[in-house]
Design a protein. Structure first.
Length: 318
């Protein structure tokens, strides 16, 4: 990807000039739904559990964008043979990059790079998220968006709003494709000016260069595209790679969930030194024992936090 420029957080609307993944804005809040064990680790140790991308609840995590890319090519390239050739080159370059998964084998997706996700939501007290992550017994932690980003800056990561609408996803990839074409034309590959024409005459070298750029664009978007089935989550995610020491990649830990082993890494906030930007804690509607609220208040007090502790008002009967 050539010419892309990162923009500063305070005036950023999108992740990048080429990657139009929406960011949150000044004053926004993010919410993390978790269990008592997860809440204790975050508040006491300032460590977030980041789950390996191909073990998240969406089976198409980090793969679905390729499906959208294929639809884009089929929609905008009228020459079917040319379209198939271009998509084949993009797919092969994605496979070579190894950033996202292309297909599943016996041992799972064929990704060579590991990515781990910490999921937040823009929604507080949401019934879907309470049910999915805590069965209405856990905790919803409210954070300052800006301070979260600042606290993670000691390690490499990407963050942004998950995009669920297919038309918006297509628009994102189309804008990325146009940016790639314009950038290459400025470099002298003027044959790409006729890329969308029925009788396009594009050299193999120019087509390969465009496929390489577009593979990177698609790979980044893959981290933030999900099918519309999951739109109710209104997810805002942080994507991390494992740390390396002496050329050796950090090995994952394994959590147990419904008798399954799920790989994760722990991401420390602010090097463990900065104050956690936690602004409130809400208990799930079924976590309504008097000692649940009192216990959380006491726990927060011991950690030096004087913040509201609330009980969800979702009216559950059982």
């Amino acid at each position: 990807m050539r010419g892309g420029k990162r923009v500063k957080l305070e005036n950023a609307r999108y992740m990048d000039e080429w990657i139009r993944v929406p960011l949150c804005g000044t004053g926004d809040k993010l919410y993390h739904y978790t269990t008592a064990e997860g809440a204790r680790g975050i508040v006491q140790d300032k460590k977030f559990m980041a789950t390996k991308s191909d073990f998240l609840n969406d089976k198409l995590e980090f793969q679905y964008a390729l499906e959208v890319m294929e639809k884009l090519v089929q929609t905008y390239l009228v020459n079917e043979t040319f379209a198939e050739r271009f998509f084949s080159l993009v797919k092969e370059e994605i496979r070579r990059l190894g950033i996202i998964s292309i297909e599943d084998g016996e041992d799972g997706p064929s990704d060579r790079m590991s990515f781990y996700v910490v999921a937040f939501s823009k929604l507080q007290n949401n019934a879907l998220l309470w049910a999915e992550f805590t069965e209405f017994h856990g905790y919803c932690l409210e954070f300052s968006y800006e301070k979260l980003v600042e606290g993670f800056e000691e390690r490499a990561f990407l963050h942004g709003t998950v995009i669920y609408d297919e038309k918006e996803q297509m628009t994102c990839l189309l804008e990325g494709l146009l940016s790639c074409i314009h950038g290459l034309v400025r470099e002298g590959r003027t044959d790409l000016d006729g890329f969308f024409e029925e009788n396009a005459e594009v050299s193999e070298e120019s087509l390969q260069a465009l496929a390489e750029d577009m593979a990177m664009v698609c790979s980044v978007y893959a981290m933030f595209f999900k099918k519309s089935f999951f739109e109710g989550e209104q997810e805002y995610r942080f994507v991390f790679t494992p740390l390396e020491k002496d050329g050796i990649e950090e090995q994952p830990k394994f959590g147990l969930f419904w008798q399954m082993f799920l790989p994760y890494i722990l991401v420390e906030y602010g090097g463990g030194e900065e104050a956690l930007p936690l602004e409130s804690v809400m208990l799930g509607a079924k976590n309504n024992s008097d000692i649940a609220t009192r216990g959380m208040k006491h726990f927060l007090k011991v950690q030096g936090l004087d913040i509201p502790v609330l009980l969800s008002d979702i009216p559950l009967r059982y």
